[in-house]
Design a protein around this ligand. Structure first.
Ligand code: DUC
Ligand code: ZN
Ligand code: ZN
Length: 484
């Protein structure tokens, strides 16, 4: 068979580990994986380079209004372009339902934005903020049948948050229809109470954001979400884990056999609350929720990623410019409560982890691949089409030069944000070519894909959901309160 593309003699990371192999691609699919393949129409020698599955960024906010009504600085074009330059070939952003929104309208409108602009493939999660009877019983099953099989719910933010009763409703619906619930765990009243005290005492500086979002607000809500999930016997995935205590609570639940999964992000490995403590409003560049914490929490997140307490490493890319359109609605007078929450990170997610994880010897290349690609596909129903290099999978991969060193500057990135919280960091190991379904998206430092080249990926049932159902059938999980 004549290949459209042959990648020759790379160090390829398959599910069996790292091996020197050729990859043959036909019609966008990996069709051969062995040494000594015949030349392809496009034939690329990648000796000395790693060939890794294209990354999947399963937590990114793109062309989405925040809870406070601020539009992200990136649209589907700039965010997907930036993702691709960082080695990511699939993004899973959120079709966000605001209160009163008709879920079917939300999905239709958001799909159009992605279809017209994304340069790489994409799936969707939902954000559910209005789990009415009509949403859960009527619209949700339709949306799930169309391939959106995961949704994020919030325990904080006035306009997004669900109470425990609503969370139980959502877990129940997820269980019925085979979907994964992602939970933003922070106790809203703790944050609200501390915030009111701080503001009334005149404490408005960005650093008070980290004070208001105390680690106990995170660990309490994490514990509560786990309790609700255990009550219902429904798996959940806890997003953006930041604090040491939250990691411990998750680990304890998993040790008891509860189907709890979790995610962390670059900001919790590479930033701390000290970064927020800068003169004036500069610290707003480092404010997200939960906030970066202390070195002990960083260490706990590293350990959690290495010992499989935390299975996915996403960016939580929530890009807001450092001006009136984003972080600073009131200029230099903006208080910590008024700043848009969120950090850019879609392009640096994988290079930062490669440099600080793989290059330092902290993690194996296989762990890196699992945390940045394979586990995302498994968690959200895209496996094995995405997230792995194997015969029959989409030909999505990134060719990495493990020796290439660069100092991060915001103007070398491809987003539309205008700053990076990682300015000035030395990073070793970068993707130098990125392929999506066998086509070069990035090569020689240039974007080769166009807006609209990305395809919609309908997700199947997330594997942890299937696994949990089997466990229940086999009597491994004995307490099932509703026989629905
Ligand atoms: N927190 C979120 O929950 N989402 C976007 C960004 C942030 O800081
Ligand atoms: Zn969140
Ligand atoms: Zn988020």
């Amino acid at each position: 068979m004549e290949f459209d593309l042959t990648l020759r003699q790379g160090l390829v990371c398959t599910e069996a580990g790292l091996e020197q192999l050729d990859i043959g691609v036909k019609d966008g699919i990996i069709t051969a994986l062995q040494p000594g393949l015949p030349a392809g129409t496009k034939d690329v020698d990648v000796r000395g380079r790693y060939v890794l599955p294209g990354g999947i960024d399963s937590h990114c906010h793109i062309e989405q209004l925040s809870g406070m009504g601020v539009m992200t600085a990136d649209d589907f074009y700039t965010a997907s372009r930036s993702a691709a330059f960082g080695g990511t070939t699939t993004i899973i952003p959120f079709a966000a339902q605001r209160q009163g929104d008709d879920l079917l309208d939300v999905v239709r409108d958001y799909s159009r934005l992605a279809r017209e602009k994304s340069v790489i493939d994409y799936a969707f999660h939902l954000i559910l903020s209005d789990p009415s009877e009509r949403t859960l019983a009527d619209h949700l099953p339709q949306v799930i049948a169309d391939g959106i099989t995961s949704f994020k719910v919030y325990m904080t933010y006035e306009s997004w948050k669900l109470d425990d009763f609503q969370l139980l409703d959502v877990l129940h619906a997820a269980d019925r229809h085979g979907a994964m619930v992602m939970v933003h765990c922070e106790n809203n009243d703790i944050i609200r109470w501390i915030t009111r005290r701080l503001l009334s005492d005149g404490h408005v500086h960005p650093k008070y954001h980290a004070v208001a979002h105390d680690p106990l607000a995170e660990s309490e809500a994490t514990n509560r979400a786990i309790a609700l999930s255990r009550l219902m016997n429904v798996p959940i995935l806890i997003v953006h884990v930041a604090g040491l205590e939250a990691v411990r609570v998750i680990h304890a639940a998993q040790t008891m056999g509860a189907p709890i999964y979790a995610e962390s992000c670059p900001q919790y490995l590479f930033l701390t609350a000290e970064d927020i403590d800068k003169p004036g409003v500069e610290g707003a560049k480092f404010c997200c929720s939960p906030p970066p914490r202390d070195p002990q929490s960083q260490q706990a997140v590293w350990e959690g990623l290495l010992n499989d307490t935390l299975q996915v490493f996403s960016s939580d890319h929530a890009p807001y410019r450092f001006d009136e359109t984003g972080k600073l609605p009131h200029g230099d007078a903006t208080t910590f409560k008024q700043m848009a929450n969120g950090l850019p990170g879609i392009e640096l997610r994988m290079p930062l982890l490669f440099s600080e994880g793989v290059r330092t010897g902290r993690m194996s290349i296989e762990q890196f691949v699992a945390l940045t690609a394979t586990n995302h596909a498994v968690m959200y129903g895209l496996y094995p089409r995405k997230g792995v290099i194997r015969v029959g999978s989409d030909a999505d991969f990134a060719v990495w030069d493990p020796e290439l060193s660069k100092t991060v500057r915001w103007d070398m990135l491809h987003d539309n944000v205008g700053y990076t919280p990682y300015e000035g960091r030395d990073v070793t190991g970068w993707p130098v070519a990125v392929f999506s379904r066998g086509r070069a998206v990035v090569e020689d430092g240039t974007l080769h894909a166009r807006a609209g080249d990305g395809q919609y990926l309908p997700c199947g049932e997330p594997a942890p959901i299937t696994r949990n159902k089997k466990a229940i059938q086999q009597g491994v999980v004995v307490k099932k309160i509703f026989a629905v």
